[in-house]
Design a protein around this ligand. Sequence first.
Ligand code: G6P
Ligand code: MG
Length: 217
Amino acid sequence: MIKACIFDMDGVIVDSAKYHFLAWRRLAAELAIDFTEEENEGLKGLSRVDSLEKILLKGELHLDNDTKVALMEKKNSWYLEFIKGMQPEEVLPGVREFLEELKTNDIRIALGSSSRNAPRILEAVGLTSLFDSVIDGNKVTYSKPDPEVFLLGAKEVGVKPSESVVFEDAQAGVAAGKAGGFYVIGLGEADVLDQADIVLPNLENFTLERLQSLMVH
Ligand code: G6P
Ligand code: MG
């Protein structure tokens, strides 16, 4: 019995994951660190600070805290430039329809995102009112792969993890969902998201009926 669905945002609701990558790659280039798309897979879902630490580790750079804060601000200002003017049309295929179907069927909807920019993006694409709870990077102590963000989401909508489904496009997010005891649907490539219960390319034409059939099999 499914009572709640919890969605990651970047790469699940909107295609902003590509902008995070472009902004991190630009920052890495300034630091003379090579940063590939493959390495970016390991960053998806991580908090801003954890992402920076991974890049610095790769470049074997040891920086003081003030410098790190300035670098994160720089990355975020580029990222905000990319997402500026984001429109409702940028919601990924099938997402709005699926959320509306969940709403009609009285299934709770929560956001479980590591991004501190999540509320602003939901607002820009006109989805805020569909969410019963929004847990973002400002509300958690531990970043994915820790399950805190999803556990908080389930708690806020009053549903147990075992009765909730998590939708994720990141390795760290899939791991977080599994660690929290959720059924996890990976969105992307099966070889990358191999910890998920099932992997779909995206949510295009996805329905509640399909979800229910996946979970009984
Ligand atoms: C999401 C993205 C990450 C991003 C993180 C923090 O989880 O998948 O790529 O680094 O949020 O986002 P923020 O918008 O707060 O920098
Ligand atoms: Mg994501």
